[in-house]
Design a protein around this ligand. Structure first.
Ligand SMILES: Cc1cc2nc3c(=O)[nH]c(=O)nc-3n(C[C@H](O)[C@H](O)[C@H](O)COP(=O)(O)OP(=O)(O)OC[C@H]3O[C@@H](n4cnc5c(N)ncnc54)[C@H](O)[C@@H]3O)c2cc1C
Length: 254
C-alpha cells in the first residue's frame, strides 16, 4: 500500500476509511451503498428542559425520507441534525430550528458538519484477496437509523480477528477472509432486515406514521428501526384495518 508518506506491506488490509473510501477506489469497487446526505449543527447556549431524552422527528414536511434529531449533551449544549433524501438539506434544517426555536433561540452554531451516510445496505462485494472493507466503506450501517458507529466497531473487531488468524496461517485469500461473514453474521442480518423495514416505511404517508406512533411502544419502534423482533411488532399491527394490509403483512415476510 502506497501513501504520500511511505509504502507499507501487509498481509491483510482492512479498509475502514469511510464512505468515500480510497481503498475501495484503488480496488476498483464502483458500487456504493445508497447515501443519505446529512447536516448537523453543534449548538451552544441552548435552554433544554429535558437533557435525558433524545428527540427524533419524522414526516415528509420535516425530513423527507429521513429524519431530524436533537441530541442534548447538557442543558446548554446540543447537536441538531437531519438527513433527507430527494430534497435540499438547508431549508429543512431551517424548519427544524424553527420548531425548536423556544429552546434554541439564544443558541449559537459553534460547529457544523455534513456527510453522506450509507443507508442502502451492505455492498455486494467487500472481501478480496488480502483486503476487507468495513464500516461506511462497505455500507455497514443500520439503514433505518443511519447509525453506523456500533456496527462499524463490531465489523472492525471481526475483521481484526480474521486478519490476525489469516496472517498467522499464511493464507489471506478471499476465501479465507470470507470467515469474516460468519463472525459478522448477526450484524449482516440486522442491516438486511432494517433495510427492508426502511423500504416499506419510506412509502408511508404522514398520516400512517402518526397512526403507527399511536399503536407502537418506544421499544417496538427501536426494534423495528434496528431490524430486531420485526415479526413481534408486525403482529401487533395486524389488528389495524389499514396498516395490516399496507404494513404488517410485508413486515411479516421479512
Ligand atoms: C452528521 C452525522 C451524524 C451521525 N450520527 C451518528 C450517531 O449518532 N450514531 C451512529 O451510530 N452513527 C452516526 N453517524 C454515522 C457514523 O458516524 C458512521 O457510520 C461511522 O462513523 C462509520 O465509521 P467508519 O470507521 O466506517 O468511517 P469514518 O467514521 O468515516 O472513519 C473513516 C476514517 O478514515 C479516515 N480516512 C479516510 N480517508 C483516509 C486516507 N486517505 N488516509 C488516511 N485516513 C483516511 C478518515 O479521516 C476517518 O477518520 C453519523 C454520521 C454523520 C455524517
Amino acid at each position: 500500500m502506497r501513501t504520500p508518506k511511505a509504502e507499507y506491506e501487509c498481509s491483510v488490509l482492512i479498509g475502514a476509511d469511510g464512505y468515500n473510501s480510497r481503498v475501495a477506489r484503488i480496488l476498483g469497487v464502483n458500487e456504493k451503498s445508497e447515501p443519505i446526505p446529512t447536516l448537523q449543527y453543534l449548538m451552544a447556549g441552548s435552554r433544554l428542559e429535558n437533557v435525558d431524552e433524545i428527540r427524533i422527528y419524522v414526516g415528509n414536511g420535516i425530513a423527507p425520507r429521513g429524519y431530524a434529531w436533537l441530541f442534548p449533551f447538557s442543558e446548554r449544549m446540543a447537536e441538531v441534525g437531519l438527513g433527507v433524501r430527494g430534497a435540499p438539506l438547508k431549508p429543512y434544517m431551517d424548519k427544524v430550528l424553527e420548531i425548536l426555536r423556544k429552546e434554541l433561540s439564544s443558541a449559537q452554531i459553534i460547529d457544523n458538519r455534513g456527510a453522506p451516510v450509507p443507508v442502502g445496505g451492505v455492498i455486494s462485494k467487500y472481501i478480496f484477496d488480502h483486503v476487507i472493507l468495513i464500516g461506511d466503506a462497505a455500507g455497514m450501517v443500520i439503514p433505518m437509523t443511519g447509525g453506523g458507529i456500533h456496527s462499524s466497531i463490531a465489523a472492525g473487531i471481526a475483521a481484526g480477528e480474521v486478519a490476525g488468524e489469516a496472517s498467522q496461517e499464511g493464507d489471506a485469500s478471499e476465501e479465507r477472509l470470507r470467515t469474516f461473514d460468519q463472525k459478522y453474521r448477526p450484524w449482516l442480518e440486522r442491516i438486511r432486515r432494517s433495510l427492508k423495514v426502511l423500504r416499506i416505511f419510506e412509502r408511508l404517508s404522514d398520516e400512517d406514521l402518526n397512526e403507527l406512533a399511536e399503536m407502537l411502544s418506544d421499544e417496538d419502534i427501536v426494534d423495528l428501526a434496528n431490524g430486531l423482533n420485526v415479526g413481534r411488532v408486525a403482529r401487533k399491527l395486524l389488528s389495524h384495518p389499514r396498516l395490516a394490509a399496507k404494513l404488517a403483512r410485508q413486515l411479516l415476510s421479512i
